[in-house]
Design a protein around this ligand. Structure first.
Ligand code: NAP
Length: 244
């Protein structure tokens, strides 16, 4: 694929795996997150594959940081064809005790941040009459989860955003899709205790936690030429843990 991709939260976990998959498929990849040193490590992995990588600082909590990051990438690579809104955070608590700051921080990073990133690419993608936007939601955005009202609201919001933008942009050759991972082995789930992981695994028909590269495979497909007639869809990558 002769395309230019930007992946948010590319420094580790699912974002790193998406960046590597897209690079392996031939894309030039811009890697965005807050910690530049971590991004540089991923960029080195990508360059070792013979592909091009560009590292850019991005804090999704700041509209100014988002604008600055996208203009740096546009300057470096000329345009962005593929946007993967992957970065996400959790700040769990029961709703009764949830602080407004924690609600706002999670919504701002996971949902508002993704929306502002999309706003940065809409006009240039329209001019190219080609674009791929992939939003990383979550199985809990589909089924709910006690103790994660803020995170779940952000992930359900991403699904609604995906479907609305899919409708707004379809006639311009831009597809907007989501990927909803189940439990995936990354730093985000690394904090879970072994007994929690066992309980979770018992509810997964495939009987195991997924890998970041299994999520990245779905992202790569949705970003490909071949996925050009798919928009407003959400691909579940969850080992069968939620079937509707
Ligand atoms: P992770 O290992 O915790 O990585 C999160 C990434 O987001 C990091 O690169 C982090 O980099 C970046 N990030 C966090 N806050 C940011 C901010 N304010 N601005 C810019 N970048 C920020 O997470 P993961 O498990 O790979 O998850 C990736 C995505 O998949 C998330 O949206 C998550 O909700 C979703 N997901 C994960 C699972 C799972 O089981 N792991 C399941 C369903 C959905 P910096 O800290 O350097 O900024």
């Amino acid at each position: 694929m002769n395309r230019i991709a930007l992946v948010t939260g590319a420094s580790r976990g699912i974002g790193r795996a998406c960046a590597l998959e897209l690079a392996k498929a031939g894309a030039k990849v811009a890697l965005a997150a807050r910690q530049l040193d971590k991004l540089e490590e991923v960029a080195a992995e990508i360059r070792a594959l013979g592909a091009e990588a560009f590292v850019v600082e991005l804090d999704l909590a700041s509209g100014d940081s988002i604008k600055a990051a996208f203009s740096k990438v546009a300057k470096e690579f000329g345009r962005i064809d593929i946007l993967v809104n992957n970065a996400g955070v959790t700040k769990d608590n029961l709703s009764l005790r949830m602080k407004l700051d924690d609600w706002n921080m999670v919504l701002q990073t996971n949902l508002t941040g993704a929306f502002l990133c999309i706003q940065q690419v809409i006009s240039p993608m329209m001019r190219e009459r080609w674009g791929r936007i992939v939003n990383i939601s979550s199985v809990v955005g589909q089924m709910g989860n006690a103790g994660q009202a803020n995170y779940v609201a952000s992930k359900a919001g991403l699904i609604g955003l995906t479907k609305s933008l899919g409708q707004e942009l379809a006639s311009r050759g831009i597809t907007v899709n989501g990927v909803a991972p189940g439990f995936i082995e990354t730093d985000m789930t690394g904090a879970l205790k072994d007994e929690q992981k066992l309980r979770i695994t018992q509810n997964i028909p495939m009987g195991r936690i997924g890998t970041a590269s299994e999520v990245a495979a779905a992202v790569k497909f949705l970003a490909s030429e071949e996925a050009g007639y798919i928009t407003g869809a959400v691909i579940d990558v969850n080992g069968g843990m939620y079937m509707r």
